[in-house]
Write a protein that binds this ligand. Structure first.
Ligand code: SF4
Length: 437
C-alpha cells in the first residue's frame, strides 16, 4: 500500500446486532481504500461503535471513547450510545462526530470529512461477502432493524425505531455469498426475528426465480436449503413460532430456539408489556418437544422487575423448574435511562435482586447439569471453532457461539470450521467433553 493510504482503527462494542453494523461499516471502508489498523498508534483516526443498552454498557462505551481519544486523538462515535442524546459530547467534547446505530452512510460522511479517502478505490480487494468480525466459519445474518414492541424495560425501539425488514432476496443473496465463502453456520439476528416481514405485510419477493414471502417460516425454509447450519436468535413468542418447529424436526434449521420469555407471572408480564400466560407457554413447550424431541430451548429472564413480590418471583422459579429449559440467561432489572418501567412503583432492593438472581441461576445450573449429563454416551455432530494445545473446541447444535456451552475434544487432528461426529464422554453444568467417533 502507498504511504498515503488512510488508516483507521476500529473498536466494536455491544451485541451481535452492533457487530453486524460494524461489519457493514468496515466493508464500506475497505471498499473505499481505507486500511484497518489493529492499534490506536498506527491509525490516523479511530471509529468506536458503542452500546447503550444498560448502564454498564454505557460506562464501557464512554471508557472506550476516552481511551481512543487519549491514545489517538481523532475519534468518531457511532452505535446505540450515539442515539442517546448528547451524553457522548458532554463527556468527551473532543469527539469529531457522533451518529446513531445502523447509520453507515453518516459514519462514512464523518470519515470522509476528517480523513479523505484515496481517489482510487480498492473495490476489487473486498471479498464478495464483505468484511466479517466473526470467525470465517460462522456469520451473523441480520434480517431486520428496529422493533414494533414497546417492552417497558427496553429502549431499543427509541434508539432504533420501528421494525424495518430487509428484502428477502437481499437476505438470501447475502446468505448465499456467506456460504460460498466458506461459512458453515448462519446466525439469524434481529431485534424480533418472528416479526420479520410484518412491516411489509409479508410481501412476496423472489429468490432464484421463485416467489418467496418475507416471513420467518419461509425464510427459515429457504436458508435451510443452503445446506449449512441455520440458527434462529431473538424469536419473540408469537403463535407463528409453532410453524418453524416442524422445520427443526426435519433438520432444515437447527433444533434451537432462542426465545426470550422474560418472566412467568402474568401481572409482571403485563407490566413489562410482554405476551402473558405462562400456562400457555408451558403447553407450547410440551408441544414443541413432542414434535421435535431434540429441541434446545434458550431463554432470558429479568428478576427484580419493579413491584415483583417474593410470591411472583417464586412463580418464576416454579416455571423454570417445570419448563426444564436447556439454557437460561438471567439479569437483574436495571433502570436504563429512558425506559418506561422506571416510572413504576416499588423498585426492588438491589440486595433482594441479587439474592433472586443467585437463586434462579442456582436452580438453572442444576437443571443444566442434569440435562447435559443425559448427553453422556450420545453421538452428535459438532462444529470445530478453535484448536488449542489440548485439542479442539467445538459446539453442538445446542450451543450458539459466545453465549452457550462448548464441546471439548481431546487431542484429535481437526480443523477449524470442520463438522465432526463425536461421542460424549463427560459433562458439567455448562460444557461437554467428547471423543471423535
Ligand atoms: S421485543 Fe425486544 S427489542 Fe423489542 S421492545 Fe421488547 S425487548 Fe426491546
Amino acid at each position: 500500500m502507498s504511504k498515503a493510504t488512510p488508516k483507521i482503527g476500529f473498536v466494536s462494542l455491544g451485541c451481535p446486532k452492533a457487530t453486524s453494523d460494524s461489519e457493514l461499516i468496515l466493508t464500506r471502508m475497505q471498499a473505499e481504500g481505507y486500511e484497518i489498523m489493529p492499534s490506536y498508534e498506527e491509525a490516523d483516526l479511530v471509529v468506536v461503535n458503542t452500546c447503550g443498552f444498560i448502564d454498564s454498557a454505557v460506562a464501557e462505551s464512554l471508557d472506550a471513547i476516552g481511551e481512543a481519544l487519549q491514545e489517538n486523538g481523532k475519534v468518531i462515535v457511532t452505535g446505540c450510545l450515539g442515539a442517546k442524546g448528547d451524553i457522548v459530547m458532554r463527556t468527551h467534547p473532543k469527539v469529531l462526530a457522533v451518529t446513531g446505530p445502523h447509520e453507515t452512510e453518516a459514519v462514512m460522511n464523518a470519515v470522509h470529512q476528517n480523513l479523505p479517502k484515496l481517489h482510487d478505490p480498492y473495490t476489487d480487494l473486498v471479498p464478495p461477502q464483505g468484511v466479517r468480525l466473526t470467525p470465517r466459519h460462522f456469520a451473523y445474518l441480520k434480517i431486520s432493524e428496529g422493533c414494533n414492541h414497546r417492552c417497558t424495560f427496553c429502549i431499543i425501539p427509541t434508539l432504533r425505531g420501528d421494525l424495518v425488514s430487509r428484502p428477502i432476496h437481499e437476505v438470501m443473496q447475502e446468505a448465499e455469498k456467506l456460504v460460498e465463502s466458506g461459512v458453515k453456520e448462519l446466525l439469524v439476528i434481529s431485534q424480533d426475528t418472528s416479526a420479520y416481514g410484518v412491516d411489509v405485510k409479508y410481501r412476496t419477493g423472489f429468490w432464484q426465480g421463485k416467489p418467496l414471502k418475507t416471513r420467518m417460516t419461509e425464510l427459515a425454509g429457504a436458508l435451510g436449503d443452503l445446506g449449512v447450519w441455520t440458527r434462529l436468535h431473538y424469536v419473540y413468542p408469537y403463535p407463528s413460532v409453532d410453524e418453524i418447529i416442524p422445520l427443526m424436526a426435519e433438520g432444515k434449521v437447527l433444533p434451537y430456539l432462542d426465545i426470550p420469555f422474560q418472566h412467568a407471572n402474568e401481572r409482571i408480564l403485563k407490566l413489562m408489556k410482554r405476551p402473558a400466560s405462562s400456562e400457555n407457554v408451558l403447553k407450547r413447550i410440551q408441544q414443541w418437544r413432542s414434535i421435535c424431541p431434540d429441541i434446545t430451548l434458550r431463554s432470558t429472564f429479568i428478576v427484580g422487575f419493579p413491584g415483583e413480590t417474593e410470591e411472583e418471583f417464586e412463580e418464576l422459579l416454579d416455571f423454570i423448574e417445570v419448563a426444564q429449559l436447556d439454557r437460561v440467561g438471567a439479569f437483574k432489572y436495571s433502570p436504563v435511562e429512558g425506559a418506561a418501567a422506571n416510572a413504576l412503583p416499588d423498585h426492588v432492593d438491589p440486595d433482594v435482586q441479587e439474592d433472586r438472581l443467585a437463586r434462579l441461576m442456582y436452580l438453572q445450573e442444576e437443571i443444566s447439569a442434569e440435562k447435559l449429563a443425559k448427553k453422556v454416551g450420545q453421538t452428535m455432530t459438532v462444529l470445530v471453532d478453535d484448536i488449542d494445545e489440548e485439542g479442539a473446541v467445538a459446539r453442538s447444535a445446542a450451543d450458539a457461539p459466545e453465549i452457550d456451552g462448548l464441546v471439548y475434544i481431546d487431542g484429535a487432528d481437526l480443523e477449524v470450521g470442520e463438522f465432526v461426529t463425536v461421542k460424549i464422554t463427560d459433562s458439567d453444568e455448562h460444557d461437554l467433553w467428547g471423543e471423535v467417533v
